[in-house]
Design a protein around this ligand. Structure first.
Ligand SMILES: [Ca+2]
Ligand SMILES: [Ca+2]
Length: 349
């Protein structure tokens, strides 16, 4: 009787777990994600907390959900994570010495699989029976436990989800990712014509900032490899050129800020180049690649498309990065931005 009731309940819960489809402003939304956003926008406070913290009724409800596993039910079916995230006082951290386990029975069975004196039934009885007692069992072999901490993840809905960074780990990680380069190349009139790859010279990547020699720059080898690769493909498509005009390669943080660019631009790390083809005529301006009599974004699009076709090919994986197409303005002609940030990114005109 008890088990058939459990099955019945479980079926009800699982069928109720399908998110209700809503339509807002002609756009389909799922209630499960729309409602929390609705509450958040209006800064609604959960009614089950007071200034003193969680109300006793809510505490006992949460306790019941957290222990639903003992009844053969899944806490996730009751949106335990979402509820806990709404309530700061229920968030766990290491200082409290408490980590909630999603499948305690399965974990206990797995850990005790080599202990014949602890068969599955005995474990379940010890955890869920009437005579529950806390026991310590020493494992024959130590087991490594990895505790992973996620503040961003891809959900089953294929959307990116952000969680609260309750241990303040993201800041350290972000800073580590933005570490300054280990050193600079000193550029003088004597060495600026040095080839840094078969078709590119040191001076092509110098910052456009005013000032005399010596100048300094940072250059990622991977960027040079990527530019050589693109150059080869562009030539193969019939756009003959010996090199690219690098309109902007390395930028000092000072210069980057002066032109109003984002703080952590890839240019500061020597991993980005704004390029165009300037062979015919060589006039510091993009050539009329599509031969329509105009120099405009359509000519940048020619280069953009050739680069775009490389994405998805296995050999191109190490060179994944940003790709953007820019229109001409009063200050510059049309150009294409490429970088080697390690993942695909797109923006621009
Ligand atoms: Ca030209
Ligand atoms: Ca054109």
């Amino acid at each position: 009787m008890a088990s058939s009731l459990q099955d019945l309940l479980r079926n009800r819960v699982e069928s109720a777990g399908v998110p209700l489809k809503l339509t807002v402003d002609d756009e389909s939304v799922y209630a499960a994600s729309a409602l929390p956003a609705f509450y958040e926008r209006r800064a609604y406070h959960p009614a089950w907390t007071s200034e003193k913290g969680l109300l006793p009724e809510a505490r006992s409800l949460l306790n019941a959900i957290q222990r639903a596993e003992e009844q053969g039910l899944r806490p996730a079916d009751y949106h335990l994570d979402k509820v806990e995230n709404l309530l700061p006082e229920t968030r766990r951290d290491f200082s409290s010495g408490c980590i909630r386990i999603e499948k305690p029975l399965e974990l206990a069975e797995y850990l005790l699989k080599d202990h014949p004196d602890w068969p599955s039934q005995k474990i379940r009885a010890a955890l869920t029976g009437d005579e529950r007692v806390e026991k310590t069992i020493k494992l024959g072999e130590p087991v490594s436990i990895h505790i992973l901490y996620w503040t961003v993840w891809i959900g089953k809905d294929d959307l990116i989800h952000f969680g609260p960074d309750i241990y303040d780990r993201d800041k350290t990680l972000d800073e580590a990712l933005q570490e300054p380069p280990p050193g600079f190349v000193e550029v003088t009139p004597d060495n600026e014509d040095t080839l840094v790859s078969p078709h590119f010279k040191l001076k092509q990547f110098l910052c456009n900032q005013n000032g005399g020699y010596p100048k300094y720059l940072v250059l990622k080898e991977k960027l040079l490899l990527k530019l050589e690769l693109i150059l080869e493909k562009v030539n193969a498509k019939g756009y003959r050129c010996n090199t690219f005009h690098v309109m902007s390669g390395y930028r000092t943080p000072y210069y980057n800020e002066a032109i109003g660019n984002v703080k952590h631009s890839r240019h500061i790390y020597g991993g980005a180049a704004d390029i165009f083809i300037d062979e015919n005529p060589q006039d510091n301006m993009m050539d009329d690649l599509n031969r329509d009599g105009n120099i405009d974004y359509r000519d940048a699009a020619v280069i953009y498309r050739i680069i775009d076709e490389l994405y998805g090919k296995e050999f191109y994986d190490p060179f994944l990065g940003g790709l953007a197409r820019y229109k001409k303005t009063g200050n510059h002609g049309p150009f294409v931005h490429v970088d080697v940030r390690g993942r695909r990114a797109r923006w621009g005109d």
